[in-house]
Design a binder for this molecule. Structure first.
Ligand code: SF4
Length: 352
């Protein structure tokens, strides 16, 4: 392998490039620890355009860490509706409550990592962006940029990930004058705007002179193909009444934990009729893809629902709901209800 580009050279070119080209994003204007925490948790596996209105709404409703820490779970989950990956909202709340009890978010990676809900990436982001500490971070964008500039051919999900973290740490050590916030954000910005998965804009890249990827850029990082998600067949029973749609709340732990949905579970043909559902009608089928599972859901409209099978998840509450925006429902639940209402069965789903 050719010698990897010099760390100080990379940092020297990246930081001014970031200062000149950084997108104007609300969390960058006033990077307090709370705003960094909120934005970084929301941005995990979610596009910037999607996050923007949620970030503004959360700040308007809970302007401080302490305000968020004092909010009821149900309110925060409902406000998160549509952003997906609800486990992030629960982690965010756990972090906010623990940090609030300490008097605020701490400023070192070690102390941040000791809080519930904070992983190495988020700790690095808060320590560097909010507190100016030379803390490395690696997300998908950073991983891609580093694998390409060094032409790293190992699968970064395996042995290579530690090497990528070490390389970012080396950039911080070599950076003079240091600007940990601009360095980390520059790495992420480069990956988000120029060093994109397809058709990277190498001609505009500050590293183009020394990048080792060359014609191989699009094939890096090299990752082994994941096994396809396991298919799970489910049925969901949608009952509408004068007070809205019948929803049940899942237990807090596990998939879609704490969220409301039409009753949904594994079923054999014909079982539905045994639960006191009255007249039923098949409304359609939808496919919802998660990281490890591909859910194929048959949606059934029913007149009523007296019993649920013991084999289904032990739902904690039942309620008739008119306004889906007022409670925490999963995207899958929204799609099931839309299917029952004849509003289409678009394929889709978020990975969690
Ligand atoms: S030169 Fe191209 S492949 Fe290399 S880091 Fe820049 S955008 Fe990525």
């Amino acid at each position: 392998m050719s010698t990897v580009p010099d760390a100080s050279w990379l940092a020297e070119r990246l930081i001014p490039w970031y200062r000149e080209h950084a997108r104007d994003l609300p969390w960058r204007r006033d990077p307090t620890p709370y705003r960094v925490l909120l934005s970084e948790v929301m941005l995990q596996q979610t596009r910037v355009d999607t996050v923007l209105p949620y970030f503004e709404r959360f700040l308007a409703r809970w302007p401080t860490l302490e305000d968020l820490a004092a909010a009821p779970d149900e309110d925060v989950l409902a406000a998160w509706a549509g952003l997906g990956y609800y486990s992030r909202a629960r982690r965010l709340l756990a972090t906010a409550r623990a940090a609030s009890a300490l008097g605020g978010l701490p400023d070192t990676v070690e102390e941040l990592r000791a809080l519930p809900g904070i992983g190495p990436y988020t700790a690095g982001a808060i320590a560097s962006i909010a507190f100016g500490r030379a803390a490395p971070l690696v997300d998908g964008n950073v991983e891609r940029v580093i694998c390409r500039v060094d032409r790293r051919t190992e699968d970064p999900r395996k042995e290579g990930r530690a090497g990528v973290w070490a390389r970012v740490a080396a950039l911080h050590e070599a950076s003079e004058p240091a600007d940990p916030s601009a360095l980390n954000q520059g790495l992420m910005e480069l990956g988000a705007t120029l060093c994109t998965p397809r058709s990277p804009s190498c001609d505009r890249c500050p590293w183009t002179e020394c990048c080792l990827a060359g014609a191989e850029a699009e094939s890096l990082p090299r990752k082994e193909r994941k096994p396809p998600p396991r298919e799970v067949r489910l049925v969901s029973v949608v009952v509408r009444g004068p007070r809205g749609v019948l929803l049940v709340r899942r237990p807090t732990e596990g998939l879609f934990g704490g969220l409301w949905e039409p009753p949904c579970g594994v079923v054999s043909d014909g079982d539905v009729d045994a639960w006191g559902v009255g007249r039923t009608e098949r409304a359609g089928q939808l496919v919802h893809v998660l990281t490890h599972r591909r859910l194929v859901v048959d949606v059934v409209r029913a007149e009523r629902l007296d019993d649920l099978p013991d084999s289904w998840c032990a739902y904690e509450e039942r309620a008739w709901v008119e306004d889906l925006d007022a409670i925490a429902v999963s995207e899958l639940a929204r799609r099931i209800i839309a299917t029952a209402d004849g509003e289409g069965t678009r394929r889709g789903g978020r990975r969690r």
